[in-house]
Design a protein around this ligand. Structure first.
Ligand SMILES: Cc1cc2nc3c(=O)[nH]c(=O)nc-3n(C[C@H](O)[C@H](O)[C@H](O)COP(=O)(O)OP(=O)(O)OC[C@H]3O[C@@H](n4cnc5c(N)ncnc54)[C@H](O)[C@@H]3O)c2cc1C
Length: 378
């Protein structure tokens, strides 16, 4: 098949790798002049790392293999520990790395047969029963490509999705988020500290570097607090989270976004398939948005094995329920993490401390299991 992938983020690159390795003729369009991934660090859970490994993308050596992921109270008291180092034997490793490191690993794995076209503009699509004609601008000239399948991997504000499903409003998650990377900061596990309105995350990504995120319940598009106000808002965190906040707020963090998502997944139509955030942008509370994009790429490639006819239906059958469950779980998890009533938080924290490790292990197994099955079939 001839396939046009629109968007060279994590989802589009993985799709190009998977489809290219399967023998399809792939063109990958990216609107930027070079890969400059937005974001600081990222966690690749076992489903993502296993799926990438089947595509020849090895993350070992590109970041940190995580041993533990802890949820703690703002004073540092442990609420729940996920022993991902122990679970790795069953499910595969969980890696944390910088976004550029992940992009580098993906780019290095692109098969030479994939045609990569950067700096593209104004993609428009015209469909008929046998294929899709894509037009786009490059260096001021208009180009045309006739393909069997278009993969819309152009992110949360996807133009390909708008072409198929019309304009949709994004759902604001109720929180705004600052991110960055600390150099030379020791941390031997990932932590997420819950403080009601505010939440702090810190993840080692190798080489004594720590990826952090500061999350705050806020009205949509509320004016961003200044540095002094940020220090007051996040000043209640103690122990490791407190040390991360102190370092992070030596200046304003480099990245700030209101967190938005799609209300529900949308998968495309006919010969146009959506993938990753374009299909199901979700909150990052379970660290699974990119993992779902990577799983999508494997599933779509498997769905294309018998040709473009019916591929979208096969793909949606494989992905629909799985992705919706992860999207809703992630939304709920974020809401619970930001409960503000002191009583509700005391009850929540007390219960979390009582939950045996095997319950957390079972949740992790449910979260990553379907992705491992998909990877096993690749
Ligand atoms: C705070 C935060 C933390 C997160 N943490 C994690 C985590 O730990 N683990 C995890 O798995 N996920 C995480 N995610 C989610 C993850 O970042 C996204 O799900 C993932 O990056 C989506 O990848 P994508 O390729 O679908 O879209 P994008 O990354 O948005 O890539 C889209 C690409 O398409 C290009 N593009 C857009 N329009 C066009 C066009 N018209 N023509 C050509 N190119 C175009 C863009 O330039 C971009 O390169 C997090 C998200 C956030 C916000």
């Amino acid at each position: 098949m001839k396939v046009l992938v629109v968007g060279g983020g994590i989802g589009g690159l993985t799709a190009a790798i998977a489809l290219g390795r399967a023998g399809h003729e792939v063109t990958l369009l990216e609107r930027e002049a070079s890969f400059d991934p937005v974001g600081a660090g990222i966690v690749m859970a076992s489903n993502a790392s296993r799926a990438l490994s089947t595509l020849g993308v090895e993350l070992r050596g590109h970041g940190e293999e995580l041993a533990q992921m802890d949820v703690v109270r703002s004073d540092g008291t442990l609420l729940q520990r996920l022993d991902v180092g122990r679970l790795a034997a069953r499910f595969g490793p969980v890696y944390a790395l910088s976004r550029p490191a992940l992009h580098e690993a993906l780019e290095a794995a692109l098969p030479s047969s994939v045609e990569l076209v950067l700096s593209t503009r104004d993609v428009t699509l015209g469909e008929d029963a046998r294929g899709v004609t894509a037009r786009f601008a490059l260096d001021g000239a208009s180009r045309e490509a006739r393909v069997d399948l278009v993969v819309g991997a152009d992110g949360l504000r996807s133009r390909v999705r708008s072409h198929v499903h019309g304009e949709v409003s994004l759902r604001y998650s109720g929180v705004t988020c600052w991110r960055g990377i600390l150099e030379d900061h020791g941390l031997d596990r990932a932590i997420e500290a819950w403080g009601g309105r505010a939440r702090v995350g810190a993840v080692p990504i190798g080489g004594r570097r720590v990826y952090y995120f500061l999350v705050l319940s806020a009205a949509k598009r509320a004016p961003a607090p200044g540095l002094a106000e940020m220090r007051a808002i996040f000043g209640g965190f103690e122990a490791e989270a407190g040390r991360v906040v102190a370092r992070a707020l030596e200046a304003m963090p480099p990245l700030h976004h209101d967190l938005e998502e799609l209300e529900a997944p949308m998968w495309g139509r006919g010969r146009i398939a959506l993938l990753g955030d374009a299909a199901h942008g979700m909150t990052p509370n379970q660290g699974q948005g990119a993992a779902m994009a990577i799983e999508d790429a494997l599933a779509l490639t498997q769905a294309c094995a018998s040709g473009a006819e019916g591929a979208l239906e096969r793909y949606v059958t494989m992905r629909g329920a799985r992705v919706r469950r992860v999207q809703l779980d992630s939304r709920r998890f974020g809401e619970v993490a930001h409960w503000q009533s002191p009583l509700a938080r005391r009850v929540r924290d007390g219960l979390l401390r009582l939950v045996p490790a095997r319950v957390g292990d079972a949740h992790f197994a449910r979260l990553v299991g379907p992705g491992l099955a998909l990877a096993a079939g690749a």
